[in-house]
Design a protein around this ligand. Structure first.
Ligand SMILES: O=c1ccn([C@@H]2O[C@H](COP(=O)(O)O)[C@@H](O)[C@H]2O)c(=O)[nH]1
Length: 232
């Protein structure tokens, strides 16, 4: 499987559909997040699903267990391949999300957002480094019964060591020389895959390129030598 999931971050369903069409063949799936979902809802997701690429719904649910369980149930008709919740919602919330998800949906827990560094964690009252916090939340996610986690490429090797058969989603991907923008913990696509990522979430380096299809194909080519890892 091609591990590249493109983050289609736009409110414009026509632009999103055009991007998915142009990128089909060069990517493994599309990731739709809050921006797209708040503007287009279920109908927009179903429109993108027409391209028959796996859909990753990145809604990062975070609430009490009852509310998250019911929200996941309400999303079930969309049959997302992957759905995110926040690990910080706690064990019962993670278990409720997994229990409510359709059998074919991987529920993955966001550990530490890739836009945060150690000082941002300290601002939230969390001591220690991002890797320490990722390790803590990976253990929680694993014991709560979800399918995997979201972390940056800087922590994925440590997380994979702790959970060899977990499903690891890595955003904050930047080819050499690409602008980091609001991302603080970034690695290259190749590095993330070599260190144990299951899939790579890549947005602006592809969607902001003059020719998104070429940008995606170049990244896919840079990963091909690691093709034996694509089935993890
Ligand atoms: O920790 C996280 C979790 C999710 N994301 C999402 O991934 C993409 C990244 O987009 P880029 O344009 O490649 O920066 C975006 O949709 C985020 O919501 C993340 O970046 N970090």
């Amino acid at each position: 499987m091609n591990p590249i999931f493109v983050a289609i971050d736009t409110t414009d369903v026509h632009r999103a559909a055009a991007l998915a069409r142009d990128l089909t063949g060069a990517i493994g799936g599309v990731k739709l997040g809050l921006e797209f979902f708040c503007a287009n809802g279920h109908e927009g997701v179903l429109r993108l699903a027409e391209r028959e690429l796996p859909v990753f719904l990145d809604l990062k649910l975070h609430d009490i267990p009852n509310t998250v369980g019911k929200a996941v149930r309400a999303l079930a008709p969309l049959e997302p391949a992957i759905l995110t919740v926040h690990a910080a919602g706690g064990r019962a919330m993670l278990a409720a999300a997994k229990e409510a998800a359709p059998a074919g949906t991987k529920v993955v827990a966001v550990t530490v957002l890739t836009s945060l560094d150690r000082s941002d964690l300290a601002d939230c009252g969390i001591g220690g480094s991002p890797v320490e916090q990722v390790e803590r939340l990976t253990a929680l996610a694993k014991s709560a019964g979800v399918d995997g986690i979201v972390c940056s490429g800087a922590e994925v090797a440590a997380a994979r060591a702790a959970w060899p058969d977990g499903f690891f989603v890595v955003p904050g991907i930047r080819p050499d020389g690409a602008e980091t923008a609001d991302q603080k913990r970034v690695v290259t696509p190749r590095q993330a895959l070599d260190d144990g990522a299951s899939i790579l979430v890549i947005g602006r380096p592809i969607t902001g390129a003059t020719r998104p299809g070429e940008a995606a194909s170049e990244i896919a080519a840079s990963l091909r030598r690691a093709a034996d890892q694509w089935d993890k």
